[in-house]
Design a protein around this ligand. Structure first.
Ligand SMILES: [Zn+2]
Length: 272
């Protein structure tokens, strides 16, 4: 994380503490990663760094809840203090093979958001195409996902092709959301009602279509604490930077007051 962003986040902490003290109900922090493998850079988190993140969650006293339960608790006002939900985007094999066993060891429930059009074949995401061939780019296959799901890993949708949804017309958004949902339901044999918007791209229209397509939970990449007033189809989440100190800053709510930056980013769209 850039030092200036970290400093900005740290400077907001006193205000966040006051806000937290005034709030009658506990909030929900949602954090995310992409893949967990050899080296920390870009979308990758090294295994040792990931272990340090889990240590930091424990040290902070995080109560890690299944995403569904956490959102239900947010609605009912029954969340414990320091409630956290953990997520992974894109469906890399390293999540199932490396991260999930470490999480399960610590009884930390987790949701993996999968791009259903990339489940079979040797497809690569646009942002991975410039990378040299490497095992870390491998995506989880359906049978591995099914095994992990039977073992307790929660699976949600990350659309069929990972488009920037605000760029698509309504019919195309609807197809991305309904087709990925039914593909996952066919694979898992259970309802799938959670969604992570690719690259955090959402609008009010996209959110409405998500609700009509049967989703109850939609995750963005707008940072900050979720409160009883946060719509369940545009929940806030921060991706975890490598340094465990930055994770602590996210957990303490250091980015809650930096939301305008995220709205700007989500209007801008991805560079790929
Ligand atoms: Zn993604």
């Amino acid at each position: 994380m850039r030092p200036v962003v970290r400093a900005l986040g740290q400077s907001t902490l006193p205000f966040v503490r006051v806000g937290r003290g005034m709030r009658r109900r506990n909030g929900l922090t949602i954090v995310g990663w992409h893949r967990v493998d050899g080296a920390s850079n870009g979308l990758s988190t090294g295994v040792d760094d990931f272990r340090r993140h889990l240590d930091e969650l424990e040290r902070w006293g995080a109560v890690v809840l299944p995403l569904d339960d956490a959102v239900a608790g947010l609605e009912a006002g029954t969340l414990p203090p320091r409630a956290v939900a953990l997520t992974f985007d894109d469906g890399y094999a390293s999540v199932v093979e490396t991260a999930w066993p470490l999480l399960r060891e610590r009884d930390m429930p987790t949701t993996l958001f999968v791009v259903t059009g990339f489940l079979t074949g040797d497809l690569r995401f646009a942002w991975d195409r410039h990378e040299p061939e490497h095992d870390r780019l491998r995506l989880a296959r359906p049978d591995a996902l099914l095994d992990a799901a039977r073992d307790g890993l929660d699976i949600g949708s990350h659309t069929v092709t990972h488009p920037w949804l605000p760029r698509l017309d309504g019919a195309a958004v609807r197809r991305e959301l309904t087709d990925s949902r039914s593909a996952l339901e066919d694979l898992l044999g259970r309802p799938v009602t959670s969604l992570a918007y690719p690259t955090g791209g959402w609008t009010r229209e996209v959110r409405t279509i998500a609700g009509e397509a049967g989703y109850r939970i939609g995750i963005t990449v707008d940072r900050g604490l979720n409160t009883a007033r946060t719509p369940h189809l545009s929940l806030r989440r921060a991706f975890v930077p490598t340094d465990p100190c930055d994770l602590r800053l996210i957990l303490d709510g250091g980015y809650t007051l930096l939301r305008p930056l995220d709205s700007w980013r989500s209007r801008k769209g991805p560079s790929w």
